[in-house]
Design a protein around this ligand. Structure first.
Ligand code: BEZ
Length: 318
């Protein structure tokens, strides 16, 4: 007895006629009758009352029909699931700091998905600090963040250094001009920084750039999210230093001015586990280079501000 017997029996039981069942199965009637007979012989019980018109199932036939339908469903499900598993057995989990979404990341992700449709690409929003923990715990395969963090088992690569810009409300005195300005211009105004937690964060990066330039901002307000900071900028509560890609958020009440200082940049850092080089990760890295070679990836808004690449920079696009 095999699956074909079940399939034939189910067809006869549902059609209540050998003729219609044979048509449905695209076979002639004699082999169908023979198969059902073989099935009944193997079971040792009649399953169909052949005297009745339309045909009726015996009690054993009704029981067998219910089981046969279930078995066939399970069989088809098993085939479909196995096919799906074979297709999605490859998985790449990518952690990203929220602000990298304003840069090349969406473009890179689209390219990766088009190139590798059978790899399940999972994107998880993670701060740079969380990315290191997640890499060590095997929860992500690659992280894109902005903060330089040391971990013995993590390889870090600066992909590029993104210029920073100063966000200000439209009616601010500094907003009358759109040319690059010095970061020293922020001194008289409150400075908004984000995120407050976890530290070290992008907030510390901005503070240390100011510090290294000898600029001590007056009042500093910490907020949790960039969106909040920009809302407060629009409210006239202060100024905020943001990566240039953020200009994609075209708020009509906020203006952005490029900064003159070459050190006013924020790195985009790719972190991976040391010696971990699955093919999908290598492909992702190649796609990043391709995107950078395009020069300007879609949505890139700020012209580079001549920052010099640091030691770690292997793929500076400045
Ligand atoms: C970028 O904006 O350059 C970038 C962001 C995330 C991943 C890779 C590149």
């Amino acid at each position: 007895m095999d699956l074909r017997h079940l399939k034939y029996f189910v067809a006869v039981a549902e059609e209540r006629s050998f003729t219609r069942a044979a048509e449905r199965l695209h076979i002639s009637q004699p082999p169908l009758s023979r198969q059902i007979q073989q099935l009944e012989e193997a079971i040792g019980q009649p399953l169909i009352d052949r005297e009745a018109r339309p045909l009726h199932l015996t009690e054993a036939g009704r029981f067998f029909y219910a089981r046969a339908v279930r078995l066939l469903e399970q069989f088809h499900e098993t085939i479909a699931m196995t096919r799906r598993i074979a297709q999605t057995d490859k998985r790449l989990v990518l952690g990203f700091a929220a602000s990298t979404m304003y840069g090349a990341l969406p473009h890179i992700v689209r390219m990766f998905r088009a190139t590798q449709p059978h790899t399940e690409l999972v994107l998880l929003e993670r701060t740079s600090v969380q990315q290191i923990e997640d890499l060590n715990a095997g929860r992500i395969d690659v992280g894109f963040g902005r903060i330089r963090l040391e971990s013995p088992n993590v390889k870090r690569e600066v992909l590029r250094k993104e210029p920073l810009v100063l966000a200000m409300p439209c009616e601010h005195p500094l907003a009358s001009d759109s040319s690059p300005l010095s970061l020293t211009a922020i001194k008289p105004y409150p400075l908004l920084i984000y995120p407050r937690q976890p530290r070290p964060s992008y907030a510390d990066q901005v503070l240390s750039i100011c510090h290294d330039l000898g600029i001590e901002p007056g009042t500093v307000h910490e907020v949790n999210e960039m969106q909040t900071a920009l809302g407060l900028v629009a409210s006239g509560m202060g100024l905020c230093v943001v990566p240039s890609g953020v200009q994609k958020l075209r708020r009509e009440d906020v203006l952005y001015r490029p900064l003159m200082e070459p050190s006013a940049v924020s790195p985009i850092i790719m972190s991976t586990r040391l010696h971990d080089r699955p093919p999908d990760l290598l492909l992702l890295r190649t796609l990043i280079d391709e995107v950078y070679q395009e020069g300007v990836y879609p949505g890139q808004v700020a012209a580079p501000v001549g920052a010099s690449p640091g030691d770690e920079t292997r793929a500076a696009s400045l």
